[in-house]
Each structure stands twice: as structure tokens, then as C-alpha cells.
Ligand binder design. Sequence first.
Ligand SMILES: Nc1ncnc2c1ncn2[C@@H]1O[C@H](COP(=O)(O)OP(=O)(O)OP(=O)(O)O)[C@@H](O)[C@H]1O
Length: 259
Amino acid sequence: MNEAQNIQEIKESTRIRKPILEIKDLRKSFGNNHVLNGFNLQLFEGENLVIMGKSGSGKSVMIKCLVGLMQADSGSIKVMGNDINTLNEHDLNELRTEIGFLFQGSALYDSMTVRENLEFPLRRHKHKFGIVKEKTPLVIEALESVGLVDAIDLMPAELSGGMQRRVALARTLILKPKIILYDEPTSGLDPITAKEIIELMRRIQREYKTSSLIITHDVDCARVVSERMVLLVDGINYAEGTFETLKNSNDEKVKAFFK
Ligand SMILES: Nc1ncnc2c1ncn2[C@@H]1O[C@H](COP(=O)(O)OP(=O)(O)OP(=O)(O)O)[C@@H](O)[C@H]1O
């Protein structure tokens, strides 16, 4: 596919779908270290979008700005139509419940059972669900989504690394987020377990109709889960397109991602 076809393809998909998340001209520097230099991104409803960038390219900085943990120098970030810079703490917290995270370090609480780990976010975000007296059906529903109902009364230490990650995903899903941010979802997993997680991410997108932003270095993961990809290079969205389009690019900086 040539560049013109690629642009046409993206235009087609953006014409049909509405953006649920929009980043415009995001800039962030630390002294002379200009990390984000006008980064733009649109995540469309129901889309799985992969972001790839070299280590230190600013992916985490971008995510931190996105969830309001870091203030960008300039630019705008809109989540479900809300400019996060104009929201007060209360509204920002409410909006955060629409965003689920599966971060590399999103560890489970070791001293709590799987059930308690899943109940925890329900207690923290009462404003979304009210006080849920009978939490078990919600816990079971979330565990069913990741195929781990049988683990409900186990402790995290009794689970394998892959199972722990699936429980962490269930803990994210219990809040029924509209957007899921995955940060290196397959890192540290063996290839078979990584494949299971990738399949699960696809199933979740289908069943929960979530829109997902997936940060990964894993080319296999990107190939299987992405409908579209954005390559973050030199602080900007350097290249965008489907996996196949980018993989076949002649641009040296793009080629480097697929070696
Ligand atoms: N709080 C901070 N203070 C100063 N510099 C920072 C801070 N946070 C990040 N940086 C710098 O911003 C740059 C981008 O870092 P970031 O963690 O976003 O990279 P990354 O793309 O997520 O990398 P990796 O793939 O290794 O996780 C790095 O040069 C880092 O040193």
C-alpha cells in the first residue's frame, strides 16, 4: 500500500468513528530535554490503537499527561469531549473511572484475595456505582471475562505471572471503563502466556466495546491487536497507519521498529 492509500485508509476510518480521546500539539520539556514536541493523537471509539516508541521517547510522559499526573507545557487533551486541563479535581477523578489501566507495575495487593482485590475499586469509586452491597456478581462477571472465576478465593502469590495479569485486567474491567490504557501488557511473560493476554485484549475489545491505547515494544502484540499504530519518534507522531503499512515503509526510522 502506498502513502496516498494509507492516508485514504486512515481518513475512511476516522470519518466513520468519533474520537473518544484527542491529544493536540502536546509539548513537554524537562530543562533542555524536549520530550514531546507537538504530539498529536486521536483514539476512536472501539479502536485498538498501538503506540510504539523507543525507550525514553516519552510514552510514559504522554500517558502521565493524559491521566493528569503530569502537567504538559502546552497542548490540549480531550477525553470524551472534556478538556482535562479545565476540569477540577472532582471531575477529573470521575473521568478517571472511565479510563482503566493495565500498567507494568499494576500489581495486586498481596495481602488480599483475588475477590478483595476486585472489590477494592468498587469501594473507591462509589460515585460511579453507588454503594454496591452485593459485589460478588460483579466480581464474578469480571473474572469470567478473563477466564479465572475459579481463582476468586486465592491469594495473588498462588497465581502465575500470567494469571496475575489477568486478575489485574479483571480489576480494571470491573469499573466498566470506556478506555483502557495498556502499558507493555506482555512484558515479562513467556511467549505462550503473552499470546493468551493478547487474545484476551482482543476479546475484551469485542465484548466490552472499549477503546484501547496500547503501549508496547512487542511487535507480535502490535501485529495482532492493533487496528492502527502511531510511532512516537523525536517527540511527535512520526508515522501512523496499519501494522502492514508501517511494516512495509521505506522510511529508515519506521523500519527500525520492525527489525
Ligand atoms: N519527572 C521527570 N523529570 C525529568 N525528566 C523526566 C521525567 N520524567 C521523564 N523524564 C524524561 O523524559 C524522557 C522520556 O521518558 P519516558 O519515561 O516517557 O520514556 P518511555 O518512552 O516511557 O521509555 P520506556 O519505554 O523505557 O518506558 C526521558 O529522557 C526521561 O529521562
